[in-house]
Design a protein around this ligand. Structure first.
Ligand code: 13P
Length: 251
């Protein structure tokens, strides 16, 4: 982790959390967060965003959504615009998570449009990239993530308004992770792809998160990797104790 980049510990709750347990989790994270030097983001399901924003007031913990629509308003039944997320108290939004790319057929152009809308509304975009197991086995991991960065990170992205998360699809929820040297190789490649798309200064300062089976037991090793600037955590973000224990491992 570069000393000049403040680490980000972000929790993607996915489709988990009803009012009682979800808000208790947000409250516990808020209560514990002050003790750490990293930035925290929690991304509950859309149904809990407005209430979670009340719980997080004054804690310094940022609130993120898990998606947004590319259009500002209109006839898009069931969808939520970036401005609506801001209105509900969000400062961040995850875009292009592999589960949305797979479940909802989101391609790079869709993710780019959503990320562009998020930035226009003043949100920080957390843009996700990552290869499938077949792509890794075929030796294509670096090419796949570079193409996803080129296709999904907006041209007006900066280190202040955009975070990129590397989440190998095969590591999500599986208990398996790439080796530290494999992760470093991908993160360094992502940083150079960002330098190619934006500029070297933005690339050097942008936070790159690792996601995929990060937990208290492996966080110290993963967060010590040079170009890993934090984590995007799924399963282990659902218990405040585990989520905060990961933050404890930030160097
Ligand atoms: P897990 O931490 O459960 O592997 O999920 C990672 C993820 O998809 C975060 O967005």
């Amino acid at each position: 982790m570069g000393a000049e980049r403040t680490p980000v510990i972000a929790g993607n709750w996915k489709m988990n959390g009803l009012k009682q347990d979800g808000l208790a989790l947000a409250r516990d994270v808020a209560a514990g967060a002050g003790a750490y030097r990293c930035e925290f983001v929690v991304c509950p399901p859309a149904t809990l965003l407005a209430a979670a924003s009340e719980v997080l007031v004054g804690s310094g913990v940022h609130l993120g959504a898990q998606d947004c629509h590319a259009e500002p308003d209109g006839a898009h039944t069931g969808d939520i615009s970036a401005a609506m997320l801001v209105d509900a108290g969000c400062s961040h939004a995850i875009l292009g998570h592999s589960e949305r790319r797979a479940d909802h057929g989101e391609d790079d152009a869709t993710v780019l449009a959503k990320a562009t809308a998020a930035l226009a509304a003043g949100l920080t975009a957390i843009v996700c990239v990552g290869e499938t197991e077949a792509e890794r086995d075929a030796g294509q991991a670096l090419d796949v993530v570079a193409a996803q960065v080129a296709g999904s990170v907006p041209e007006n992205a900066t280190a202040a308004n955009t975070i990129v998360a590397y989440e190998p699809v095969w590591a999500i929820g599986s208990g398996r992770t790439p080796t530290p040297s494999e992760i470093q190789a991908v993160h360094a490649h992502i940083r150079s792809a960002i330098a190619g798309r934006l500029d070297g200064g933005a690339a050097a300062a942008m936070r790159l998160l690792y996601g995929g089976s990060m937990k208290p037991g492996n966080a110290a090793e993963l967060l010590a990797i040079e170009d890993v600037d934090g984590g995007l955590i799924g399963g282990a973000s659902l218990k405040a104790e585990d989520f905060l224990a990961i933050a404890q491992s930030c160097p």
